[in-house]
Design a protein around this ligand. Structure first.
Ligand SMILES: [Zn+2]
Length: 438
């Protein structure tokens, strides 16, 4: 795939994926179109007899985590080449009883999901997306993904005249300062009983009418997981188009890159892509990297415990999650010898205390893959006087015992509502992952 098509595909994928639910549904759509078959975790898979028959399958859990794989060779002897990433990004999630009416304005109470950089959330045109669970008129519980697409809310900043120290000492109280403003009631006509779920009910039924006239109508909203997102489209920017500016680059960039590499390889090895939800909140959940999802899929591909152990010993995982590029205005935040630059290639993340899973054996393999793919490679080690972040790599390595290297493209503004990556780095990573799968 050429770099222009790759980048356009990436921007399109991010636009279509405002939440982990949408990311998984977009990936499933692409996998279906490329000959992958959906496997339901509740069914008997019976795949052992079919190996190695070039089977291509994918499994989802909670609609927010996904594993796609292709089996071409005997699994136990050849192992499986795995790429891991995560579908979630820090955001503001709507609370269960969110209605706030204040000075005639309608606002929604929100909870901060993950380690969001909150300042950039102010003065952005926000829309709402996620999953709604409802009872239909036949008494059956159904689920619907919604994406309102248009801007319906905003968190306005306080004017500097009312906060003279805003540029030096601004404090953000998550409870008081974050509820987005959705509307202003006409004077003397405040609907104090306005119920968010009844608004959602209308949206769900309107969607049903539009997409499927025979679908049974919803009678009651039971629950939802909805989050706000910035409606500004991802873009290639810079004097020489050097950068990608977008929400959720951490880590939809790696999800898309892994997916494309999986689809575009020539299909000789056993390959697998795992994209987990809940990385931004520690990965400990039924669908997170610390949960049993990947392990359970691998176990179902082998006939015995020993088989699983043999397969894992023959396998390798590249955990792809973005890295911190050295910021020209804050260069002293990096170790002088380990400041990755944008558009200078993917970064191997190293930490002696195992906050990253990389070790010399497996980093060497990644370096060699970069050489074969003719891609530059960099390394990152956090300053010795600063705390190190982490990612899914060490968690998955601990859970299943697979050799793992943590890599990622260098970015700026990680966890902002608008992040920045090098336009070439994503394509470099794609080429390396394709080489890995080849
Ligand atoms: Zn991440």
């Amino acid at each position: 795939m050429q770099d222009v098509d790759f980048v356009n595909g990436l921007l399109d994928f991010i636009t279509k994926s405002p939440t982990p639910f949408h990311a998984v549904s977009t990936m499933a759509e692409i996998l279906n179109a490329n000959g992958y078959t959906y496997l339901n975790e509740k069914d008997q898979w019976d795949l052992q007899g079919k190996q190695p028959a070039g089977g291509r399958y994918y499994v989802t859990r909670n609609d927010s985590s996904i594993i796609a794989f292709q089996i071409n060779q005997p699994l136990l002897d050849k192992g499986i080449m795995m790429v891991g990433a995560h579908t979630d990004s820090p955001c503001l999630k709507v609370k269960p009883n969110p209605e706030i009416i204040n000075n005639n304005y309608l606002q929604l109470g929100v909870e901060v999901y993950g380690g969001a950089l909150l300042n950039p959330w102010f003065d952005r045109d926000l829309s709402l997306a996620g999953r709604i669970s409802y009872l239909n008129v036949d008494g059956v519980i159904e689920h619907q993904l919604i994406d309102l697409e248009k801007a319906i809310a905003i968190i306005p900043s306080l004017a500097i005249h009312l906060d003279r120290e805003a540029n030096s000492k601004r404090e953000i109280n998550k409870q008081k300062h974050l509820p987005p403003v959705l509307m202003k009631f006409p004077e003397g006509d405040v609907d104090a009983k306005l119920n968010f779920k009844s608004v959602l009910l209308k949206i769900v039924n309107a969607n049903l009418e539009q997409t499927d006239v025979n679908k049974v109508k919803a009678q009651k909203i039971l629950d939802y997981e909805l989050s706000f997102y910035d409606v500004q489209q991802p873009a290639v920017i810079g004097l020489h188009d050097d950068f990608i500016s977008s929400a959720r680059l951490d880590n939809l960039l790696s999800c898309y890159t892994g997916l494309r590499a999986l689809l575009d390889n020539d299909g000789e090895k056993n390959t697998l892509l795992v994209c987990n939800d809940h990385e931004e909140v520690g990965s400990a959940s039924a669908v997170g990297a610390q949960g049993p999802f990947l392990k359970s899929v691998l176990e179902r591909l082998c006939e015995s415990d020993e088989g699983v152990s043999r397969m894992i010993a023959n396998s390798m995982m590249i955990s792809a999650d973005n890295a911190h590029g050295v910021h020209p205005n804050y260069a002293d935040k990096h170790d002088g010898n380990h400041g990755p630059l944008l558009n200078s290639g993917p970064v191997i993340k190293i930490n002696a205390n195992q906050r990253y899973a990389s070790n010399s054996e497996i980093s060497a393999v990644f370096m060699h893959l970069c050489e074969l793919a003719d891609v530059p490679v960099q390394s990152f080690v956090v300053r010795s006087d600063m705390a190190c972040g982490s990612t899914i790599g060490p968690i998955m390595a601990s859970e299943i015992g697979v050799k793992t290297v943590d890599v990622g493209v260098p970015t700026f503004a990680m966890h902002s509502i608008r992040e920045l990556a090098g336009r070439w780095d994503a394509y470099y990573l794609y080429r390396v992952l394709k080489q890995f799968f080849k």
